[in-house]
Design a protein. Structure first.
Length: 358
C-alpha cells in the first residue's frame, strides 16, 4: 500500500510539473492575438476600427464595436497566415509593384484630396504602402494556389444552363442604368472619391450642371460617378444600378420613367429634377423580353463568370481553413470578451518615465 501511495504521488507530481511546463506565458494586455508567435496588438486593431467607422455618425454600441473588432482580428489573423505562406514561397510583392499600386491608388486625387483621404482614414503614406504590399502579396499567393486551379469547361456551362433555363427567360423589358446622384442636403453616408457633397438646392443645381457639361465634353461617366455621385450604394461602382424591370419603373418617379424609356443604349440624359434631388442617367442597355439561348455569348459569359466565382470562393475558403489548421493561433481578445461577458478589456497603462538619478 505504501509503495502504491508513493507511486501515485509521484505520478501526480509529474503531471503537475508537465502542465506547468506547458502553460503558455500570458501575453501583455495589449496583445490581442498571436499567429505562430507573431503578435497582433490592440493599437493595430483600433487603427483599422477607426478607418471603418464614421466619426460623424452615431457611435456604435459596446457590443457592435467589439463585434467589429473581433471581425478585424479574424481578418488580420487570416492575412498573417497567408503572408507567412507567401513569403515562404518567395511571393512577397517587390518595391516596384508596391509603388505602381500606390501611384494607381493616388492618381484620381489632387495632392490635397489625397492627404485629406489619408487624414480621414487615420493612416500615413507608410501605413498605406504597408497595406498595399500585404494585399499584393496575398493576391499573388491566391492566384497561384487558388485561381490557377479553377477550370470551367464548356460542359459545365451547358449543364448549368440546362438546370437553370428559367433564369434566362426575360419576362419583361429591362433597362440597365447607371446614375449620378446629387442631393440638396449634407449626408454623412456620402463616400465618393472626392468627398464632394452639395449642401443646398443651389449648390446641387450648379454641381449637376457642371457634371453634365463635363460628360458632354467627353469625361467618362463612370469616373464622374465614382468621384462625385452622392449615392453611397452606387458611387463606388461607377453608378451602376444593374438591370431594372419596366414594372419597377412604373413605381418610380414619372420623370425618371419618361426619361429612360425615351433613351437609346449608350445615351446620357440631361439633368433630371426629381423629388429628392437631381439625377444624370446613362442607359447602358435595353433587354427585350424572351428566352435567352445558350448560343448567346452574353449568356455563356455570365454563366462562366458565375461558376468561376463560385468555385474560386469555395477553393479559397478551403485553402484558408487548411492554412489555419496548420498554424498556431491564439485570439486573446475573444477569450477576454468571453471571460468578461462582453466587456472591452482595458488598455495597458502608459509607462511612466524613470526618475532621473541625482
Amino acid at each position: 500500500m505504501l509503495h502504491r501511495a508513493v507511486l501515485t504521488t509521484g505520478v501526480l507530481a509529474l503531471l503537475v510539473s508537465f502542465a506547468a511546463c506547458n502553460k503558455e506565458t500570458a501575453p501583455g494586455p495589449d496583445v490581442w492575438a498571436t499567429v505562430n508567435g507573431k503578435e497582433i496588438k490592440r493599437d493595430e486593431v483600433e487603427k483599422y476600427f477607426r478607418s471603418r467607422t464614421n466619426p460623424e455618425g452615431q457611435e456604435p454600441s459596446q457590443e457592435e464595436a467589439l463585434s467589429l473588432k473581433l471581425n478585424i482580428i479574424d481578418e488580420l489573423i487570416n492575412n498573417e497566415i497567408l503572408l507567412e505562406r507567401a513569403k515562404k514561397m518567395g511571393l512577397e510583392a517587390g518595391d516596384g509593384e508596391v509603388e505602381d499600386k500606390f501611384t494607381e491608388f493616388k492618381s484620381p486625387y489632387t495632392e490635397d484630396e489625397f492627404q485629406r483621404q489619408l487624414k480621414e482614414r487615420g493612416v500615413s503614406v507608410d501605413d498605406l504602402k504597408r497595406d498595399l504590399r500585404k494585399q499584393l502579396t496575398i493576391q499573388k499567393l491566391i492566384n497561384r494556389e487558388v485561381v490557377a486551379k479553377v477550370s470551367i469547361t464548356d460542359q459545365d456551362v451547358t449543364d448549368f444552363y440546362n438546370q437553370n433555363r428559367a433564369q434566362f427567360n426575360v419576362v419583361e423589358t429591362q433597362y440597365r442604368v447607371s446614375q449620378i446622384v446629387i442631393t440638396p442636403r449634407k449626408d454623412t453616408q456620402v463616400r465618393n472619391r472626392k468627398g464632394d457633397d452639395a449642401a443646398t438646392d443651389a449648390e446641387a443645381r450648379r454641381k449637376a450642371a457642371a457634371l453634365y457639361a463635363q460628360i458632354q465634353e467627353g469625361t467618362d461617366f463612370g469616373q464622374l460617378a465614382i468621384d462625385y455621385s452622392e449615392d453611397p450604394s452606387t458611387s463606388a461602382n461607377g453608378g451602376d444600378l444593374g438591370y431594372i424591370p419596366e414594372s419597377a419603373l412604373s413605381q418610380a418617379d414619372p420623370a425618371l420613367k419618361k426619361t429612360l424609356t425615351s433613351m437609346k443604349p449608350g445615351e446620357v440624359s440631361p439633368v433630371v429634377a426629381l423629388r429628392d434631388g437631381f439625377r444624370i442617367l446613362k442607359l447602358i442597355a435595353r433587354e427585350a423580353p424572351g428566352q435567352r439561348e445558350l448560343s448567346d455569348p452574353k449568356v455563356q459569359n455570365s454563366i462562366r463568370d458565375a461558376l468561376r466565382n463560385r468555385k474560386e470562393q469555395l477553393l479559397r475558403s478551403a485553402y484558408l481553413n487548411v492554412a489555419r489548421d496548420e498554424a498556431t493561433v491564439r485570439n486573446y481578445l475573444a477569450q477576454q470578451v468571453l471571460e468578461s461577458a462582453g466587456k472591452l478589456p482595458a488598455a495597458a497603462p502608459a509607462k511612466q518615465p524613470s526618475p532621473a538619478k541625482k
